[in-house]
Write a protein that binds this ligand. Structure first.
Ligand SMILES: NC(=O)C1=CN([C@@H]2O[C@H](COP(=O)(O)OP(=O)(O)OC[C@H]3O[C@@H](n4cnc5c(N)ncnc54)[C@H](OP(=O)(O)O)[C@@H]3O)[C@@H](O)[C@H]2O)C=CC1
Ligand SMILES: O=C(O)[C@@H]1CCC=N1
Length: 262
């Protein structure tokens, strides 16, 4: 597999694959500036004169146009092009890389490094054999989900950007506890451990998160008092809805910008 770009997200996926037991020798990275890559991985500064069965495009969306002429030659009819580029549609990618045998959009997040990422996938007319190949490739990274491309902007906001929103919530828990009297480092440790445990339980439990919240809240007790504030006027729900809407709208805007350059 050729990874074009090995920054935050490409690097996280590479780490996830290696952690999942794939050998470094399976990967070639092309990145002009990255300092180092894990053992066994081939690092090149320019695109080699070879074709690849799988190419992972892991550069910034804004870098696509400039990168096309150098990347295009590595594609052939056998190539499955996997694109991480937020807001760059399948049709745009297919027009830029006409020789690729198949194009699949992939939207993971940084937890891929730990095998704990949702991985949204979208492709048009991808053969069953290639779908199976992509599913197998994504398995070490987390939970793959094929979705219609019409929902990709929203899924980018939820699954791709989502960790940033959760980190803000963790920070808010820690900062609020600090304001109210806990030492800062202790508040942060407790906030992270609380979210870690709550997430693990939500994943393992047969109960929905709302039921788990109900089980935390003793009638007339401490949690209920806090939930009353959090739930008042649906303020958290409204804030999160606005957050996802704004992120998804930016993804749609980026798609329109990338389309205009076709
Ligand atoms: N970060 C995230 O959590 C997520 C990101 N994504 C998507 O992943 C993609 C990458 O994002 P991210 O990893 O954050 O970005 P980064 O900037 O961290 O990584 C991109 C890497 O590609 C290198 N690069 C730039 N141009 C080229 C080129 N022509 N050939 C080879 N390498 C090149 C960059 O080098 P240099 O910096 O020196 O220019 C950098 O190392 C984006 O399209 C983004 O939408 C999707 C989901 C989540
Ligand atoms: O912020 C971005 O544009 C990318 C896509 C999802 C996460 N990072």
């Amino acid at each position: 597999m050729l990874l074009v770009g090995c920054g935050n997200m490409g690097g996280a996926m590479l780490a996830g694959w290696l952690r999942g037991g794939m050998a470094g020798e399976n990967f070639t990275v092309v990145d002009p500036y990255v300092d180092a890559v894990p053992d066994g991985v081939r690092l090149l500064r320019t695109v080699p004169d070879e074709t690849f069965d799988v190419v992972l495009l892991a550069i910034k969306p804004q870098g696509l146009i400039d990168a096309v002429p150098t990347i295009e030659p590595v594609m052939g009819p056998q190539t499955v092009l996997l694109s991480l580029l937020a807001g760059v549609e399948l049709a745009t990618l297919a027009a830029r890389f006409p020789r690729a045998g198949a194009v699949v959009r992939v939207m993971p997040n940084l937890s891929a490094a730990l095998g704990k990422s949702p991985v949204a996938l979208a492709g048009d007319g991808v053969s069953a054999e290639r779908v199976a190949m992509v599913d197998a490739l994504m398995m070490p990274l987390g939970q793959g989900e094929w979705i219609g491309e019409d929902r990709f902007d929203l899924v980018t906001a939820l699954a791709g950007s989502g960790p940033a929103f959760v980190y803000r919530f963790i920070d808010a828990l820690g900062a609020a506890a600090t304001d109210l009297g806990l030492p800062e480092d202790q508040a942060r440790r407790l906030a992270i451990a609380t979210v870690d445990g709550a997430t693990a339980l939500a994943l393992a439990s047969e109960h929905a998160p709302a039921e788990l919240a109900r089980r935390v809240a003793s009638p007339g007790g401490v949690t209920e008092a806090g939930l009353r504030t959090l739930d008042a006027d649906d303020r958290l729900l409204k804030l999160v809805t606005d957050t996802l809407r704004d992120a998804a709208e930016r993804s749609a805007e980026m798609s329109a910008e990338a389309r205009k350059k076709d």
